[in-house]
Design a protein around this ligand. Structure first.
Ligand SMILES: Cc1cc2nc3c(=O)[nH]c(=O)nc-3n(C[C@H](O)[C@H](O)[C@H](O)COP(=O)(O)OP(=O)(O)OC[C@H]3O[C@@H](n4cnc5c(N)ncnc54)[C@H](O)[C@@H]3O)c2cc1C
Length: 404
């Protein structure tokens, strides 16, 4: 493992930093976190779009994308360097992760030429925002159990059913949806993938209220929603292939451990500034023990991340270690936030970054693969333990017992 920039990476870092210094609002102050997205505030959404368009016009949007779609054909490691640098500056929150990190790559891999020409540039520029319509009330971890149906009707398809937890559906112009098109074959084999216009008649979007008062995601209902066949991504009944592309990109986007919010350093500062029995908490033996535990885990995550960065830098694909980073990282952030609230005492009831982090933590442990699903991946793909038994693998979807 080599943690230093190569000369080329160092030159690229300087170029990125110079542009950000000239164009971003300002560098973040020590201990300052980036603002959280305000998904129900149109002005905040618009500010994110203006910043995205500004980056795109200067060649700093989706830099790994091919030049023909507005990227600069940069390598994965340059992307890491760019993200590290942008993270040091005060910029509007990135509300484009799902579209640009997961759905754009799926269109590039499985979409028609017409879909690529129509959609990729406005997606890169942030002119059109996208959402991911995958999860359903009874199909989350077991996504292939989805039931939203699509039935052919002339040159169109008619969609009926319900999706849930759809982040950003309310401000998205387009969505990517997986549907059931054949229930007589095994569950993975009867799925078709579409691009859906979120302004189509028959779509109803209902916000879901979260524990922190925000409503970043939604329920989305489909009643005879008409989707032209030209919006199909890939072949009929071959949508699972596209879904896997989306999910692989999702884990890569979420697995790097780059989640925002307060850090271990912030916790250390809090322990130095808080008193227990008239002395700084940092001098208390039990507090020091907890802090040491968190430090060790943070370092473990950091060095695991360096391992996948080194793999990227050498041109190989990082392995399932991203699942490790996401599993341990999300749990550690939850435990650090809980400990910070303990240290704050009654002040922990006030609104602040640790409270926000604490309330967001359970969602972070579910989104992009729950703890248990990540453990299954680690067991099967890292530890090479026998796979989980999958009893419904070769059964026609219509014959799988269900409550409905
Ligand atoms: C903040 C947030 C944003 C999200 N945004 C989106 C979005 O934009 N689009 C979208 O489509 N979805 C989105 N989701 C949904 C997310 O993908 C699902 O929550 C996730 O896949 C888990 O599915 P589920 O909630 O249905 O839980 P379930 O799959 O029902 O799981 C329930 C429990 O059972 C456990 N479990 C399930 N299967 C197994 C197994 N095989 N072995 C052991 N334990 C198991 C799980 O670990 C969990 O504890 C979002 C979720 C969150 C929290």
């Amino acid at each position: 493992m080599d943690f230093n920039d190569t000369p080329e990476e160092a030159a690229f870092r300087t170029e990125a930093r110079d542009w950000l210094e000239a164009n971003a609002e300002r560098p973040l102050r020590p201990g300052e976190s980036k603002p959280l997205p305000e998904p129900r505030n149109p002005a905040a959404v618009q500010a994110a779009q203006v910043w995205q368009a500004h980056k795109a016009d200067a060649g700093w949007a989706c830099i790994t994308w091919p030049e023909e779609y507005g990227g600069r054909g940069a390598g994965a490691i340059e992307n890491v360097v760019w993200n590290q640098e942008e993270a040091r500056f005060l910029t509007p929150p990135n509300i484009f992760v799902i579209g640009q990190g997961m759905l754009g790559p799926t269109i590039m891999a499985h979409g028609s030429d017409a879909q690529k020409q129509r959609h990729l540039r406005p997606l890169l520029r942030g002119d059109e925002i996208w959402c991911q319509l995958f999860s359903e009330p009874s199909a989350g971890s077991d996504l292939a159990g989805l039931r939203t149906g699509a039935v052919r009707d002339g040159d169109d398809w008619l969609l009926n059913g319900q999706k849930i937890w759809t982040s950003g559906a309310h401000y998205s112009r387009w969505g990517m949806i997986v549907t059931r098109t054949d229930a007589t074959v095994a569950k993975h084999a009867g799925i078709t993938y579409f691009i859906v216009d979120m302004q189509s008649p028959g779509i109803e979007i209902r916000p879901i209220k979260q524990i922190n008062g925000a409503s970043a995601f939604n329920e989305v209902f489909f009643s005879d929603v008409r989707v032209p066949d030209e919006n199909r991504v890939g072949e009929v009944n071959d949508g699972w292939r596209g879904a896997i592309t989306t999910l692989m990109n999702e884990r890569a986007a979420l697995g790097g451990g780059a989640a925002g919010g307060p850090s271990f350093r912030d916790l250390l500062r809090l322990a130095a500034d808080t008193e227990i029995d008239g002395r700084p908490a940092l001098e208390d033996a039990q507090v020091r023990q907890r802090l040491a535990d968190f430090y060790v885990r943070q370092k473990g995550i950091e060095y695991t991340r360096y391992r996948s960065l080194t793999a990227i830098s050498r041109g190989t694909t990082p392995g399932p270690e991203n699942s490790l980073g996401k599993l341990v990282g999300a749990r550690t952030r939850q435990q650090m936030a809980s400990f910070a609230l303990d240290l704050l005492g009654p002040a922990g009831l006030e609104q602040g970054p640790w409270q926000t982090a604490y309330l967001a933590a359970p969602g972070a442990r579910a989104a992009g693969g729950t703890d248990e699903i990540l453990r299954n991946i680690i067991a099967e793909r890292i530890l090479r333990l026998p796979p989980e038994s999958r009893l419904d693998k070769d059964v026609a979807f219509k014959d799988i017992p269900s409550g409905s």
